[in-house]
Ligand binder design. Structure first.
Ligand code: FES
Length: 243
């Protein structure tokens, strides 16, 4: 039996899978091509640079556009369809316009039971948008996100993919209020978070304004390791006799 699945945009990200402008002005194309050459030179095969190049065009448009897809394909010797197939697999590549700050509320199981659902509901009310929408001032795009492996700090919010740990509806409302007031939010375990397009440029591997540095693991993440050390536990060594 054959089962056909209709693939399209994520439910909370309405609109065509890829849209927007169809080409870049010559000066933009030239600037992007210079950046792309820097990225491509780091890889033995040009096509290996596709993911950072998608971040590069996202830093230009705040989303993926037809122009961005065509640009990546031309730079890497790929078909537009090959680029689109990769781009639409990853949720970090956005198909609709994105605000200065992408605020993602984790509503996966652990965060949900710890209050993630209530936080998302509070922010939808506070911002007067539904998940997937952008505020009228273009400052914030709200979305729900899946588990980002920060369950030990549940419930978490990610702003431009930097963690804000142990949130509550109240702290989340304050976070978005500060962003809308023009502040750059301070990640819990890192520095200040820069706007979405600058973050995308950093993810492309290009120099830009310094953003949050990730901050490394926190105490909750290292708790198991600390207990293991206190108990004198050591990892099992591989059995050299086993073929
Ligand atoms: S469930 Fe939210 S980070 Fe894992």
């Amino acid at each position: 039996m054959t089962v056909d699945l209709v693939l399209g945009p994520r439910p909370e990200e309405p609109g065509p899978p890829i849209g927007g402008r169809a080409s870049y002005p010559p000066d933009v194309e030239q600037r992007l091509a210079a950046d792309a050459a820097t990225v491509i030179a780091r890889y033995p095969q040009p096509r290996s640079a596709l993911l950072p190049l998608l971040h590069l065009v996202q830093s230009e448009d705040g989303r993926l556009t037809t122009a961005g897809i065509r640009f990546c394909a031309a730079q890497l010797g790929l078909a537009d369809a090959e680029v689109a197939a990769v781009a639409t697999f990853y949720s970090m590549y956005r198909r609709t316009p994105t605000g200065d700050y992408l605020v993602g509320v984790c509503t996966n199981t652990l965060c949900a039971v710890m209050g993630g659902d209530a936080i998302l509901e509070a922010l939808e009310t506070e911002l007067a948008v539904s998940a997937g929408e952008t505020t009228g001032d273009g400052r914030i795009t709200l979305e729900h996100i899946e588990c980002n492996a920060a369950c030990d700090y549940a419930p978490v919010i990610m702003v431009n993919w930097e963690f804000f740990d142990n949130q509550t509806p109240s702290s989340a409302r304050q976070l978005v209020a500060d962003i809308r007031a023009g502040q750059r939010p301070q990640a819990t375990r890192g520095g200040q978070v820069c706007p979405f397009r600058e973050t995308a440029r950093t993810l492309a591997g290009l120099p830009g304004e310094a953003g949050a540095d990730g901050g490394g693991p926190g105490a909750a993440t290292l708790a198991g390791l600390r207990v293991a050390h206190e108990l004198g536990m050591a990892p099992a060594l591989p059995d050299r006799e086993t073929p």
